[in-house]
Design a protein around this ligand. Structure first.
Ligand code: ADP
Ligand code: MG
Length: 398
């Protein structure tokens, strides 16, 4: 990465504003954090700063409050969990993420103290990247650190605006995310496979386009497989198909063949009459999909084919579940590939919100080389886009 990080500057005793991504999933009923991976992922940066007696001011968004205070989206549970993980008190700033009261608290911090600001998106100025808001955030600190890889594709005040007013460097998580993703694009150990799934082709077009000249094999499952199967003239019944992406799918199949990329589609699938736990279910070959049924998972022969291909590979990027994994009986394909990747020696990188959730839920995150905390951001990065939150950081010279 050609950007400065917290290791390149003197943070001792300084007030350091860290933009983190604490956008964690919450239990609908109790409001409890159901997966704290994103909080844990930021610990190296926070601990590094505490260790150097920086005065740490953390900020994040949580959910989509839409520019107003939403009680359920307060950051109190995050402050609580962080306190437990760090073994020290994390103060939650009062009411708003900026203002005189917060400034007073930030000023009063001692070396090694940690303060968490309230949900940035309680104020509309955050998403609108209003300069006065960015300036007010900047007033709290001497240095700005972006460790929110998962939000770095957004030109918001706390991601982009604030860098106009403070020296801006990368946190350790951001650095790691960029290094891993840059690494698999620049010099992957071969063979390099991309395993793609998830709901829609349209979300992933840029990734396919940007990586087709880099991968040795491309394996496609999940909902998006239906569009590829239809492009090959299979009957796909009521499966999720993007009819306006059939041309793209046909073009990708053709280009893959021309470039010698091995492209694997499902040869069998699990189909269901409705998408529900009560559905009737059949496993059929792709020639036998019933007109009023839909694809909900990859079948056992496909799992075998994919596994055999992936076992030969030295680098694997996986994005997108192989089926409607939210319903346990449609989760077999997704869980099988997750277990397989976890068992391999290969470099395994997982991206995408749902995919990361599956891996975390199965307690396999530690068995992967890297699970990106950035859903949309990792896909944009692999799609060749520059992330605004990374662009604004100070360049490494020479
Ligand atoms: P990620 O967040 O990892 O990038 P996506 O958002 O692209 O993944 O896709 C996740 C969604 O894809 C899940 O909600 C899952 O139910 C859905 N999905 C997977 N396979 C199918 C399918 N065959 N039909 C409909 N939806 C599917
Ligand atoms: Mg998703």
């Amino acid at each position: 990465m050609n950007k400065l990080t917290i290791r390149d500057i003197d943070v001792g005793g300084k007030r350091v504003l860290v933009r983190a991504d604490f956008n964690v999933p919450l239990d609908e009923a109790s409001g409890a954090i159901t997966d704290d991976s994103r909080i844990r992922a930021t610990l190296p940066t926070i601990k590094y700063l505490i260790g150097r007696k920086a005065r740490v001011i953390l900020c994040s968004h949580l959910g989509r409050p839409g520019g107003r205070v939403v009680e359920k989206l307060r950051l109190a549970p995050v402050a609580q969990r962080l306190s437990e993980l760090l073994g020290q008190k994390v103060e939650l700033a009062p009411h708003f993420s900026i203002g005189p009261e917060v400034e007073k608290e930030a000023e009063g911090l001692k070396g090694g103290d940690v303060l968490l600001l309230e949900n940035l998106r309680f104020q509309p100025e955050e998403s609108e990247n209003v300069p006065s808001f960015a300036k007010a955030l900047a007033r709290l600190a001497d240095i700005y650190v972006n460790d929110a890889f998962g939000a770095s594709h957004r030109a918001h005040a706390s991601i982009v605006g604030v860098a106009n007013y403070l020296p801006a460097v990368a946190g350790l998580l951001l650095e790691k995310e960029i290094n891993v993703l840059e690494g698999i694009l620049a010099k992957p150990a071969r063979p390099f496979a991309e395993l793609a799934g998830g709901a829609k082709v349209s979300d992933k077009i840029a990734v396919f386009e940007n990586t087709l000249d880099k991968v040795d094999c491309l394996l496609i499952g999940g909902g998006m497989a239906a569009t590829f199967l239809k492009a090959k003239s299979y009957e796909v019944g009521l499966s999720l198909v993007e009819n306006d992406k059939l041309d793209f799918a046909a073009k990708l199949l053709k280009e893959a063949a021309e470039r010698g990329v091995r492209l694997l589609l499902p040869v069998d699938v699990v189909i269901a009459d409705i998408i529900s736990a009560e559905a009737r279910v059949k496993t059929v070959s792709v020639e036998e999909i019933l007109p009023d049924w839909r694809i909900v998972d990859i079948g056992p022969r496909t799992i075998n084919n994919f596994s055999e291909e992936l076992r030969r590979c030295k680098t694997i990027f996986w994005n997108g579940p192989m089926g409607v994994y939210e319903i346990p009986k449609f989760a077999q394909g997704t869980e099988a590939v997750a277990r397989l990747l976890a068992s391999l020696e290969a470099t395994t990188v997982v991206g995408g919100g749902s995919t990361a959730e599956v891996v975390a839920g199965m307690k396999l995150a530690d068995k992967m080389t890297f699970v990106s905390t950035g859903g949309g951001a990792s896909l944009r990065f692999l799609g060749g886009e520059k992330l605004p939150g990374v662009e604004v950081l100070l360049e490494r010279k020479g």
